[in-house]
Design a protein around this ligand. Structure first.
Ligand SMILES: Cc1cc2nc3c(=O)[nH]c(=O)nc-3n(C[C@H](O)[C@H](O)[C@H](O)COP(=O)(O)O)c2cc1C
Length: 175
């Protein structure tokens, strides 16, 4: 799929997935799109755990009982390193934002769907429980920031509407 087509088609999918498996080669393709993203000072602070083990997936489903997680064929856990790129400046959030967007586009281009689950992890110790599930050791420097459940969507819908271009994009001037 053409890049601009993927940009237009990408949307957050929160419905159920079909039972079609996602081949490991595709999971690695998506992961590679993520780690090829730019990062501040090329510190490459974003790390990925691909969860495909059915028992682990069931544990995720118990933790976040919603169709998109309960029926996911695999889940990417995005783990970020908070150590500064230089001085006391960390680009952790910007780095993982770039990595996750690359992954969303790769997911779309390959005909799968996903949703960026980030806010959903920030309550009831969910991010910490996910860290336990994947055996994350260095809790001082690494955080579970996002999960991306993935599969073949049962249905697709168009991208949610955006404000008109001329309300957000300006040529040689600003608001
Ligand atoms: C930083 C960030 C955090 C997000 N966290 C969640 C989340 O916890 N749960 C969720 O369902 N969607 C989450 N989303 C998805 C947004 O709700 C979604 O991108 C937005 O509503 C626009 O819809 P679209 O992705 O379909 O274009 C998050 C997106 C971003 C960029």
């Amino acid at each position: 799929m053409d890049l601009f087509e993927a940009v237009k088609r990408r949307h957050s999918y929160r419905g159920a997935f079909k039972t079609d498996p996602v081949p490991e080669a595709d999971l690695y393709k998506i992961a590679e799109a993520g780690v090829r993203a730019p990062s501040g000072c090329n510190k490459q602070t974003t790390h990925l755990c691909i969860v495909s083990d059915p028992e682990k997936l069931r544990a995720f489903a118990r933790l976040l009982p919603r169709p998109v997680v309960e029926t996911a064929q695999a889940i990417f856990v995005v783990v970020t390193d908070n150590r500064p790129a230089y001085g006391d400046t960390s680009f952790e959030s910007q780095d993982y934002g770039a990595a996750v967007e690359n992954m969303l586009l790769a997911v779309t281009a390959l005909g799968y769907a996903t949703v960026w689950l980030d806010g959903a992890l920030r309550r009831d110790g969910i991010a910490e429980t996910i860290a336990d599930l994947i055996g994350l050791k260095d809790r001082e420097h690494f955080t579970v920031s996002v999960i991306l459940p993935i599969g073949v969507p049962e249905e697709t819908h168009p991208q949610h509407s955006r404000l008109p271009l001329d309300e957000r994009v300006f040529l040689n001037t600003m608001l």
